[in-house]
Design a protein. Structure first.
Lengths: 277, 125
């Protein structure tokens, strides 16, 4: 019973922090659950994938309604991410837990680094290239009280390649991999920043969903573990997105970076001293 | 999607409804469990969660849904959650067909097939 409550509480905190800081789902959840609850990695990853589906769906609602999400880009690139996700989930059993722990460690450190670095300002929208035009990937985004702004999409193959990698990481580690999806769109394919975030959020649901389907069909989703985690994360993320507009996130950001680094070090330690399972 | 407010509204509604339904089902499952037999939860958590024992088949678990078996209710909630992205892709498929956008109908169909492949891979693997 107390493990149950602790699980919900921890998942809530992860969801809350994730929503406030735009941190990926899963990157924090899986390490914490395996480190502190001694739950085997594949059970933790399965539970995390389901939570990521929940938070992605919740977070997408507003962006979709307001017209930020680019459905055609999402659908096209989902071919890449879902393929990656199927690959990642399928080979997950073959990869040693040590390697996975180390991957989490690296991912957490990179996330922490990304959080302290200032974000680049927006670049100007571009015109679509041939493939972008053929696939009609360009779109518009809303401006407050003004004309919608047109934008185009370029370098689709590069974006797709990055998306495959993001998908593999998603299926392998049970994360959303938004940290790879967003640059695939805004840096590689030159979509506007907020459109990239919105579309990434949207795509994460299907990517993690693909992974979750594999894990569920394989019998790796344990309801007694996945349910409290999914509920905790969803509740935390809902609260977090309500609080976010009014918040100065700097201090929270700093506190979280410390937590991330500590967990990253723990994961690396476990991997190197044989405590990974 | 910025060119179709109808599709946007339906998609947003589907996402919200899916998460709410799933969440409510999970809460129900937990409530039933803890009202009836909290120790059974702890036992299953220890056996399948910590111990890593092979879970009973999903179909077998769901068969106990009519009796109000908590594990079945929880599994149902998780299934609904997992189905949300599938449903969303299906919705897009229908919309592209209605708009006679065959390029994107095909792209969406490929994604749907890949998702189904995932289920097959899981069962076989």
């Amino acid at each position: 019973m107390s493990a149950f409550l602790a699980l919900v509480a921890l998942a809530f905190t992860a969801g809350l922090g994730g929503a406030i800081l735009g941190l990926g789902g899963g990157l924090l959840i899986v390490p914490v659950i395996t480190l502190f609850f001694h739950i085997p990695l594949r059970v933790a990853i399965g539970a995390s994938l389901i939570s990521v589906v929940a938070t992605s769906a919740g977070a997408s609602v507003a962006f979709v309604k307001d017209g930020w999400t680019n459905l055609r880009v999402a659908m096209t690139l989902e071919i890449a991410t879902v393929t990656g996700s199927l690959l990642g989930s399928s080979v997950a059993g073959l990869v040693s837990p040590k390697v996975l722990f180390l991957l989490f460690s690296v991912g957490l450190l990179l996330s922490g680094y990304g959080m302290v670095r200032a974000r680049r300002g927006g670049d100007k929208p571009v015109e679509s290239d041939r493939l972008g035009r053929y696939l009609r990937l360009g779109g518009t985004y809303p401006t407050p009280g003004g004309e919608p702004v047109r934008y185009g999409v370029i370098r689709v193959p590069l974006g797709a390649a990055m998306m495959v990698c993001a998908g593999v990481l998603s299926g392998l580690l049970g994360i959303g991999a938004g940290a790879l999806k967003v640059p695939a769109m805004d840096v590689a394919m030159r979509l506007p920043m907020k459109v990239s975030s919105a579309t990434s959020n949207f795509m994460i649901g299907v990517t993690a969903g693909a992974g979750a389907l594999v894990y569920m069909a394989r019998g790796d989703i344990v309801p007694e573990v996945a349910a409290p985690i999914a509920l905790g994360v969803t509740a935390g993320a809902t609260l977090g997105s309500r609080l976010l507009p009014g918040m100065d996130t700097t201090r929270v950001r700093k506190a979280f970076v410390v937590v991330l680094v500590l967990i990253a070090l723990q994961m690396a330690w476990r991997a190197l001293t044989g405590g990974a399972r | 999607m910025s060119d179709d407010p109808e599709l946007r509204r339906w998609t947003a509604a589907l996402l919200r409804a899916g998460v709410l339904t799933a969440t409510a089902t999970l809460v129900l499952g937990l409530a039933v469990q803890f009202a009836r037999d909290p120790s059974a939860y702890a036992a299953r958590y220890a056996r399948y969660g910590l111990g890593g024992a092979r879970l009973p088949s999903g179909v077998d678990t769901l068969r106990r849904l009519p009796e109000g078996d908590p594990s079945a209710i929880l599994l149902l909630g998780l299934l609904i959650l997992t189905a949300v992205p599938l449903a969303r892709v299906l919705l897009s498929l229908v919309e592209f067909a209605r708009a006679r956008d065959w390029l994107y109908f095909t792209i969406t169909a490929v994604v749907l097939l890949l998702l189904v492949l995932g289920i097959v891979l899981g069962r076989v693997g």
